[in-house]
Design a protein. Structure first.
Length: 365
């Protein structure tokens, strides 16, 4: 069959114990000319299954473990005459037709492409957290940097990045996999580059995940003081995380102050308003819950950012509004909002019970 493609396109990846993903991943990547995988120590059937599909596999143990080293070694497997490289993970799926969209959009001067990434999806495959990612690139001139949350860096400042909205990559993470390596790798990353704002933010967030509240607060405040920490979405997230830490330390006043700062930093994002509504809900300040939820609903533009919180775009706001309206004796609104919450979670027993309580109250009035 005549090959009408203009470019040589290669997919490359790293893997470890991902046999359950191999078939799905390969079927979404097979529009590429070739596929290369660096396996970093699988003891299941990952390698066997990949080879059955014709994937070129090399096994190498990376010690000490670093994601950037593994990525760079997998990139080294890609032939130098490759025009376009696509880095993916085995828990990801490229939607069909991506090759044609890539061929149409790519120019000889292009060095890299941005495209849609659905980092989180609901049970009906609808995106919950969606943003642009940029792991499609030319073969030469790029390398991966940072031990974890690794990024592609180019040899100079002559990058020509295009955006391809018709390419979408879906992420279906393995929830059983441990992220225990992340914290020490982030600490290493910040040690290697203490002025990197992105990794300072990630480290502070990781401390929060581990319940190390004081360390998290200290690190996130460091992030906010960095001169290059200028991205308002990320600054807002650091402020929200500081607030969460203070809440866990039972310092509600400080938590509220930091959420007000987060709102001021990025008033175009829903997240700080919803988190403020949650804080006020825990304090039984239902009038303020209503206030901040309604402010959040005024924001219709869903930013393409990895920082988007799922709870800002699912039924959480309507759930909070229904309860606050109930306690504010606005029963009609309570029923209205509980129905909207149930649209997102029709089988949620708590929501169903709440609606029965609201209806009973309505009948009594």
């Amino acid at each position: 069959m005549l090959n009408l493609n203009k470019y040589k396109v290669i997919v490359y990846a790293i893997s470890k114990n991902e046999e359950k993903f191999v078939d799905r991943w390969y079927n979404s990547m097979k529009e590429a000319d070739e596929i290369y995988v660096l396996d970093t120590g699988s003891d299941d059937n990952t390698i066997t299954k990949l080879k059955e599909h014709g994937v070129k596999v090399k096994k190498e143990i990376i010690k000490p473990w670093r994601f950037d080293v593994a990525r760079n070694k997998s990139l080294e497997m890609v032939p130098n005459d490759t025009d376009i490289c696509i880095c993916t993970d085995l828990d990801e799926v490229l939607l069909p037709g991506w090759r044609n969209e890539l061929e149409k959009a790519w120019q000889k001067s292009t060095t890299r492409a941005r495209y849609n990434y659905n980092w989180s999806l609901d049970s009906n495959n609808n995106p919950l957290v969606n943003f642009y990612t940029d792991k499609i690139h030319i073969r030469n001139g790029y390398k991966w940097t940072h031990p974890v949350h690794e990024v592609l860096t180019y040899k100079d400042n002559t990058e020509n990045i295009i955006t391809i909205d018709n390419i979408t990559l879906n992420h279906y993470p393995d929830r059983t996999k441990s992220r225990s390596s992340y914290l020490p790798l982030l600490e290493l990353s910040v040690k290697e580059n203490p002025l990197d704002d992105r990794n300072m933010h990630y480290l502070g967030r990781e401390y929060m995940y581990y319940g190390q509240w004081d360390k998290s607060i200290k690190t996130l405040k460091k992030h906010l003081k960095l001169k290059n920490a200028t991205w308002k979405d990320e600054r807002c997230a650091s402020m929200r995380f500081i607030s969460r830490c203070y809440q866990n330390l039972n310092k509600t006043k400080a938590a509220r102050i930091w959420l007000k700062k987060a709102i001021k930093e990025a008033p175009y994002l829903r997240d700080p308003y919803v988190e403020m509504a949650m804080l006020e809900y825990n304090q039984e300040n239902y009038k303020k819950v209503e206030k901040y939820c309604l402010k959040a609903l005024q924001i219709r533009n869903h930013q393409k950012s990895y920082i988007n919180e799922t709870f800002s775009w699912d039924g959480t706001i309507y759930d909070l509004l229904s309860i606050s309206c109930f306690y504010l004796k606005k029963i009609d609104y309570a029923i209205y909002f509980i129905d909207l919450a149930l649209d997102y979670n029709p089988n949620d027993e708590r929501l169903i019970t709440n609606k029965k309580i609201f209806k009973e109250k309505e009948e009594q009035t």
